[in-house]
Ligand binder design. Structure first.
Ligand SMILES: [Zn+2]
Length: 311
């Protein structure tokens, strides 16, 4: 099961569920570490015509159908915006009035379920409490507390960890990205242990841009005693990138990672760094971009209370 590399614990737990599936399962962990893929593989495992014990064959007609998202009993709710509303869940409920079509069991996978509104969550809760026949719910979520307590208490938990660099590297290579030597550490920092942001590297000349930007940060490293000037430089450069969202996003994340490295080396005082990183995080917000969660959490913890981040 090469595609699930790096999550043996989570997979073992899911396999142990396969004979007696829970009504509701929370798949908990960072984005891009294989939560959905694990649920999909479990669905394959219990439907595979080879009747395997531990791993689906991935080759039979059913396995292939599932991989191609062509199986009528695999239903995914994917947020189309910043929330999953009650209308979508009501629509889902209608579908569930019918029995599974081809399989003995039906999987409902709610992706990024932290985006469920309260009314949508409550409707789902009722469905879990009085489940339609042969229907099993899977919620992917970054942290379990982002879901209603009442849903948590009716669910089994499976935890996923960030992926290790060698595994990330393998996945990137499968996607056709070869990290140029010397850039590995930066790329892994940028990916935050998942593959959700690997699309950056599918852009033409992404690694060239990365290399050039790092050279530019190297120059900034010479003037870290003048944080105001560094800050001006960063803002100025970011303005030149607003037409190309992927570059801006990559650049600002690099700025965050670079400045953190500078703070760890004491080239930037830690108090100055918090202020600095807070300003960068405002740029993320202004351009509606994703900011490195690990580092943003660090900024949050170094700020005086009441100065929370809205990223
Ligand atoms: Zn199969």
């Amino acid at each position: 099961l090469s595609s699930l590399l790096g999550q043996p614990k989570a997979w073992n737990k899911l396999v142990s569920f396969s004979k007696h599936l829970p009504q509701s399962t929370l798949l908990v962990g960072p984005n891009g570490v294989g939560k959905r893929l694990a649920a999909l593989s479990l669905f394959q495992l219990i439907n595979c015509v080879e009747n395997p014990e531990r791993e689906p064959c991935e080759n039979c007609v059913i396995c292939k159908k599932i991989t191609a998202k062509n199986h009528p009993d695999w239903i995914e709710i994917i947020p189309q915006s910043n929330s999953i509303g009650i209308d979508e869940i009501r629509e889902l409920r209608k579908t569930l009035n019918f029995s599974p079509i081809e399989s003995k069991k039906r999987f409902i996978v709610i992706r990024e379920s932290e985006k469920l509104t309260i009314p949508a969550s409550n409707t789902l809760l009722k469905m879990i409490e009085e489940p339609p026949a042969h229907t099993h719910f899977f919620f992917t979520v970054q942290e379990k507390n982002q879901l209603l307590q009442t849903i948590q208490s009716r669910s089994q938990f499976v935890y996923f960890s960030p992926l290790d660099p060698p595994i990330l590297n393998e996945i990137l290579e499968k996607k056709g990205f070869k990290i140029p030597s010397g850039l590995e550490e930066w790329v892994f920092d940028l990916l935050e242990g998942g593959v959700d942001h690997s699309e950056w590297f599918s852009e033409e000349n992404a690694f060239v841009f990365l290399k050039d930007t790092l050279k530019y940060f190297e120059k900034l490293s010479q003037i870290t005693n003048k944080t105001d000037r560094v800050w001006d430089e960063i803002v100025l450069f970011s303005e030149s990138l607003v037409q190309e969202e992927w570059k801006l996003s990559l650049y600002l994340n690099l700025a965050l990672i670079w400045s953190r490295k500078m703070a760890l080396k004491n080239s930037i005082a830690s108090k100055e760094w918090s202020h600095f990183a807070l300003q960068i995080s405002h740029l993320f917000t202004r351009h509606s971009l994703h900011a490195n969660k690990k580092i943003i959490a660090l900024v949050g913890s170094t700020l005086p209370t009441g100065m929370g981040l809205s990223v």
